[in-house]
Write a new protein. Structure first.
Length: 573
């Protein structure tokens, strides 16, 4: 049908094409509109939520990662400044003093005291020959004459010219590190070696102001702790996580440590030594604000989806209901037009039949009258009384046919709407004339309780006739043979008259009574169209009146019609 094609054009062919008589077409239409609207609304919302989540997560990570990277870089820089300062001191004094000066114990002691007063963390100072023998030494231990020729640091300093060691315990049994500088003079090669206390490292880490769920420490390139760690042990313990090798800037990676904790680990390798600055922070604490935000976003998303779904369902139900009502009105209008055309055709047919019958009936009437006159004037006719009775019978039948044909002609003439002053009781009786044969045949008792002085009304005879004919027909259909129908008229008020049609038929349940005026609703499944009472309701409303029904199953039904004494619709309607 045209309306389904229109639906398809409207929705780009999304909806299934169903036969117009399919009872599921509105359900499928509702389902498809809901799916389409939800897809149109939810998908952009979902995409927006994902993008927002990604961007916020990236932003929050940047806000967290960048400070971690910056803090690790600054701390590394502080360490490097400390080491470079100590290396510069050792280089400076190795250049300022000669081999002879360092060989002299008193001079060496004086140099060491000056350094101790000016610079912190210096533990001892010693002169080592090119053969690796400790020639002179000042400090808390007895290392004079110690042989370092087989140690790796000694070999490295001979090649590179300087050496910064990892943190080690050694004879001292506390964490310290060594700085060695190679000096070449015209007559010999010697090494100046100083030992540094690494307690300064702990001070530098403490100055970072870390929270309890954070940790910072140094490791060497072999993965051993160079300072104590809050999470991973003491100095020289093995660092349990794998870390990137090589020289690079500060980087932040996500790791899971042996205890199963998710960590954000920042690595910042030193450029001039084999140390790596490590900053560790619990990922859950770092991203706590992200988790809160994600929970809020999830709640907002779910709430938005539910709200959109409810609105879509509500709007879809409203739209589909209006489409359904529009279709029903269109169908009702189409049926009414068909009904009107049928009535018009019946009227024209009735007029034609009436005219065709009236002509021979007129001839019969004239001939029968002539026969009656001839018999009455013939005094010698022996069967006069018998023939007069026969002619009277013919004339009565002709009169009855005349009454019937006049009704048909009156019904045909009243197809067009025309306001006139009417006697409502007369219209009721005239309409009952169409059903008197059925009442007689079925022995239905018709009780008329019509008001004697009922005011006349200004209305359309044809509309009233159709209105009452539909109600009377329903009453006749509801009662059994020998049933009883009571028709009552009265003046309701100054502007309104009332007519009730009561039967003692089968009645109907309350659910049915609420639907009887809906288009296409019928309990006569075999032959009913469901339009009779709907059209009746429409006529009553067009006349400015009202109609009510009161029914009880098994006891009967009362239809009450209230009509304005002056109809409200215009004559051209």
């Amino acid at each position: 049908m045209d309306k389904l094609k229109w639906y398809q054009r409207l929705t780009g062919g999304f909806f299934l094409q169903l036969d117009d008589d399919s009872p599921d077409r509105y359900r499928i239409l509702r389902r498809n509109i809901v799916i389409l609207m939800i897809l149109i609304t939810i998908i952009p919302l979902f995409v927006m939520a994902i993008i927002n989540q990604y961007e916020y997560q990236r932003s929050i990570k940047n806000e967290i990662v960048n400070p971690l990277r910056t803090l690790a870089s600054k701390t590394r820089h502080s360490f490097e400044l400390f080491l470079e300062e100590r290396l510069a001191i050792v280089k400076s004094i190795s250049s300022l003093y000669s081999y002879k000066d360092f060989s002299d114990q008193k001079t060496l002691n004086r140099i060491f005291r000056v350094l101790m007063n000016e610079y912190c963390c210096l533990v001892d100072l010693g002169l080592i020959s090119s053969e690796g023998i400790q020639l002179s030494y000042t400090g808390p231990y007895d290392f004079l004459g110690k042989d370092y020729s087989q140690q790796s640091w000694f070999k490295e300093v001979l090649v590179k010219g300087l050496y910064i060691s990892d943190v080690f315990m050694g004879y001292r049994q506390f964490p310290h590190m060594a700085i060695a500088v190679l000096r070449r003079t015209e007559d010999r090669i010697w090494i100046l070696r100083a030992t540094i206390d690494t307690s300064k490292f702990d001070e530098l880490i403490s100055s970072m102001g870390l929270s309890p769920e954070s940790d910072a420490f140094l490791i060497n390139r072999k993965g051993f702790l160079q300072t104590a760690s809050r999470f991973y042990g003491k100095v020289l313990d093995s660092f349990p996580l794998s870390f990137p090798r090589g020289n690079y800037g500060a980087i932040v990676v996500e790791e899971v440590d042996p205890q199963g904790r998710e960590m954000l680990v920042t690595y910042a390798p030193f450029t001039k030594s084999d140390y790596v600055m490590v900053l560790v922070k619990l990922r859950s604490n770092v991203l706590r604000s992200w988790y809160v935000f994600r929970s809020k976003m999830l709640f907002i998303f779910i709430f938005s989806v539910i709200t959109i779904a409810l609105i879509v369902f509500k709007l879809t139900n409203t739209v589909v209901q209006r489409v359904k009502e529009a279709d029903e009105r269109r169908e009702l209008a189409f049926r009414e037009v068909q009904h009107t055309h049928k009535l018009s055709s019946i009227g024209r047919l009735a007029a034609g039949v009436a005219h065709e019958i009236n002509n021979p009936m007129a001839i019969i009437n004239e001939k029968a009258g002539l026969m009656k006159d001839l018999v009455e004037y013939d005094a010698q006719f022996r069967e006069k009384e018998k023939f007069l009775g026969l002619t009277d019978s013919i004339l009565k039948s002709v009169e009855r046919c005349k009454t019937i044909t006049h009704r048909l002609l009156g019904f045909a003439r009243r197809m067009e709407v025309q306001l006139e002053i009417l006697d409502l009781n007369e219209v009721i009786q005239e309409t009952l004339g169409f059903l008197e044969r059925e009442a007689l045949y079925r022995n239905i008792i018709l009780r008329l309780s019509l008001a004697d002085n009922l005011p006349r009304v200004s209305s359309d005879r044809g509309q009233l006739q159709q209105l009452f004919l539909n109600i009377f027909s329903n009453a006749f259909a509801a009662v059994e043979d020998k049933g009883e129908i009571t028709i009552t008229s009265w003046e309701e008020d100054l502007d309104t008259v009332g007519v009730s049609v009561q039967d003692n038929g089968c009645g109907m349940p309350e659910e049915t009574a609420r639907k009887i005026f809906e288009p296409f609703f019928t309990t006569k499944k075999q032959y009913g169209t469901g339009l009779g009472l709907s059209i009746t309701y429409g006529i009553v409303k067009k006349l400015g009146g009202d109609i009510k029904v009161n029914s009880k199953e098994g006891e009967g039904t009362i239809f009450t019609v209230y009509l304005k004494k002056k109809a409200k619709f215009e004559s051209g309607e």
